[in-house]
Ligand binder design. Sequence first.
Ligand code: UDP
Ligand code: MG
Length: 318
Amino acid sequence: MRGNILYIVVPCYNEEEVLNETTKQLKEKLNNLIKEKKVSSKSKVMYVNDGSKDKTWELIKQIDKKESLFTGISLSRNRGHQNALHAGLMTAKEYADIIISMDADLQDDINAIDEMIDKYNEGYDIVYAARSARKTDTFFKRFTAEAFYKFMHFMGVDIVYNHADYRLTSKKVLNSFSEYGEVNLFLRGMFPLVGYKSEIVYYERKERFAGKSKYPLKKMLNFAWDGITSFSIKPIRMILFLGIGIFIVSIFVLLYCLIMKIIGNTVSGWTFIVCSIWLVSGLQMLSLGLIGEYIGKIYNETKRRPRYIISENLLDTK
Ligand code: UDP
Ligand code: MG
């Protein structure tokens, strides 16, 4: 039987309006899980204060004092959802065997936790919770979010469709994950890279019960852009293909110009100018793409991602 101390990591940025309700619901859930002996009584909820400007941290400190099942850490300033989550995960893995990350606004159904823990006990190390329906999201949010997943897929990034950052990971996974040295975090794209046995469970996403979304359109676009540029050098490769394309077209333009010249259908100097423009811009694009390829290689090297992760070593068991 694997260890069963559960830590639920919850990043919070200006969440004073929701924290008390969240605490109430998570407390009930965790107590039930402990009663059913699904998780150890040493389990906890860990709030990560991401440099909130309101009373969030004071609230977390109060909750920590009152409730034995709750604890918290605070970042020195606002570092964004992904960094806050990362900080929480890396801290929690020192105390826990099972770590679940979720948002403070309880949009993710906490009842999915039972199934996630069941999957963990069946031997899965990563359990992704994915949204089965987006009934409560506005059309705009749903459309942009779903287009994003499809586009990411097209860009060659391996992410779980409709999965945000609601997931269970074992201590083992997080220990391997800590070897990923990159600074631009896009967690939902990184966990599939780590590997191990994984499974998906589905839940219905609810509405935020209080407070406003901390992900306005600008942050969402930034996040999507980070996801693409942190995982894919396809955009660079497109420059190269564009260069090759223009170069091929320029050969036809060259032929066309020569024919026009021979027929005498031109003003003086026209052939030279048109040919130069096409040839030179094709060559430029081609060289840019070529340089880009090298930059892409450098970029991947600087991330210093681990080359491999050993999931089991039979020598250890002897
Ligand atoms: N969050 C954070 N730092 C930030 C922005 C958001 O820790 O700079 C947290 C926030 O408190 C919440 C989670 O990230 O727990 C998701 O944010 P939100 O619910 O606003 O996003 P949405 O559900 O609208 O995508
Ligand atoms: Mg939310």
